[in-house]
Write a protein that binds this ligand. Sequence first.
Ligand SMILES: CC(C)(COP(=O)(O)OP(=O)(O)OC[C@H]1O[C@@H](n2cnc3c(N)ncnc32)[C@H](O)[C@@H]1OP(=O)(O)O)[C@@H](O)C(=O)NCCC(=O)NCCS
Length: 210
Amino acid sequence: MKIIPYAPQYEESWLRCRVLAYLHTAMYEDVVTKKPTFDGRPAIELIAVEDDAVIGLIDLVLDTEEQKTTILSEGLGAFLPVIAVHPDHQSRGIGMKMYKAALQELEKTAIEFIELYTRDDVQANNFYQKLGFEIGLETYDVYGTEKKLMKEITVEGIENKKFKVKDANSKPCHYLIGGAIYYEVFDKAALEEIDYERYHVSYGYFKRIK
Ligand SMILES: CC(C)(COP(=O)(O)OP(=O)(O)OC[C@H]1O[C@@H](n2cnc3c(N)ncnc32)[C@H](O)[C@@H]1OP(=O)(O)O)[C@@H](O)C(=O)NCCC(=O)NCCS
């Protein structure tokens, strides 16, 4: 296994590694179909490669005085949008090695802290806590529908291959919410206002490196 800078020839392998790494986590629906780039912003993009396949990946996008993404500490931060290890290779130290390789690159810059967000998976939270990250923010990622948006409807039949639907006031109704909406909730008490299928605590972590 070697850790090297990301190169476009690895894009397909990068995407497969990412989707498989997230498959059995609380972030399973977070699928990307193109390797994210950072619009020319300074970034560190590393991959762990074995037999020419990507088995691990880490990206960090760095704040500049002109453009800042981080919010959890003072000064210039590096935002970590993704770290992932292929499930066949997890818990063998590859995540740690990639993090340390990225840290070495960060030490050459003016970056003072690292910031990231993750949900309530034990593996990821253990990983960041072992590295000395602390929680700076707690929000809730909620999948459901606000109770006030829910409509009572009556399906009266099918006419010209279309549903004929009336709302509670017997007015024609032409649409309804067909599935869960994603809400970012800032206060746990607000969960009462949502009829949710599931929610995840989202932790914002940061670690000072200077
Ligand atoms: C989180 C992740 C990047 C860690 O990489 P890794 O190579 O599996 O982890 P390492 O082998 O380097 O282990 C480092 C520490 O992580 C934690 N950890 C790793 N695997 C774990 C597991 N199966 N259960 C609980 N904690 C675990 C432990 O604290 C471990 O330290 P230890 O070995 O002294 O106990 C990787 O497991 C992964 O890709 N998980 C799925 C995707 C994900 O959650 N990414 C982060 C989202 S923001």
